[in-house]
Design a protein around this ligand. Sequence first.
Ligand SMILES: NC(=O)c1ccc[n+]([C@@H]2O[C@H](COP(=O)([O-])OP(=O)(O)OC[C@H]3O[C@@H](n4cnc5c(N)ncnc54)[C@H](O)[C@@H]3O)[C@@H](O)[C@H]2O)c1
Length: 326
Amino acid sequence: MRVLVTGGAGYIGSHTARRLKASGFQPVIFDNLSVGHAFALVGMDSIVADLADRDALSAALRRVDAVMHFAAFSGVSESVRDPRKYFHNNVQTGLSLLHAVLDAGIRYFILSSTCAVYGPPSRVPIPIDTPRLPINPYGATKLALEHALEAYSAAHGLQYASLRYFNAAGADESGAIGELHRPETHLIPNALLTASGQRSELQIFGSDYPTPDGTCIRDYIHVNDLADAHILALRYLHNGGESAAFNLGTGTGYSVLEVVQAVEAVTGRPLPRRVCPRRAGDPPALIADPSHANKLLQWKPSRNLRDMVSNAWQWMQSPTYLKAQT
Ligand SMILES: NC(=O)c1ccc[n+]([C@@H]2O[C@H](COP(=O)([O-])OP(=O)(O)OC[C@H]3O[C@@H](n4cnc5c(N)ncnc54)[C@H](O)[C@@H]3O)[C@@H](O)[C@H]2O)c1
């Protein structure tokens, strides 16, 4: 099956595109490289264009049977400062893509959604049927696409999976691709940048949360476990599975201090750190209840926190990362 991977030069899309290829699919990456990286396109069938380019998009859609849509902006704080940028790219351009998909008669669509659609959870682990009440523009843009998919599926028969990722982490075990965001806002790469001396200290936002050690707890999920879930979701839809949303996390949470300890253990270096005030809108704990994905997709993440940290550390010392970073 041929699959268009929008945002396939970015972090999660590049890992998924490679695993699609390794699993016998034919991925075609579509990315404008606004945030993504040319190194992710090496050896891959790719189109460098913006999703708003209708001609490029319809030509690409003629070549595929399914779409995996990763291309979006994903900074929560930036979405608060510049919501227009987010509604434009994530909703307006996302809807144009969806309409082009319907017009092209493509039947399968997989959306990169997020646990940010839930807002602060009333229950942890978060069940899939938790009401979606996002508290930032980023979460609202993803929810808008979820709503569109639900309506288009009911009206036009589009088969979709909305995959609500928790915290993606780690890198491909080959060391050839991995995470490189600018600015880097994620905890594990920032902790590793501190361990390597490129940051003077790791900022820890809040140590007085109602958690065992007082720091925030998140559900970290290896990027290749996420990639595998996309392939299982596509197979599920192709085999007649009903359109649905799925939480993608391990179901186990780690506090910031537990991540710090894992980084110190993997790198063998002490991590300078400073406790800063809490950030607005950071819930104490976000942990997935992934039972829906375990059951319907037969998806079981197989990599743990130490794997995520050591694969990311290996990637950050690779020639590709060091070259792209400069
Ligand atoms: N990283 C996470 O932990 C996480 C968690 C939840 C959800 N998500 C979602 O998963 C998806 C992928 O996340 P990521 O971390 O890999 O992001 P990323 O920024 O690394 O990748 C996004 C890619 O999309 C491309 N892109 C953006 N707008 C485009 C456009 N208009 N036309 C063509 N290409 C465009 C960028 O160049 C980039 O390569 C995003 O939709 C994000 O919201 C990520």
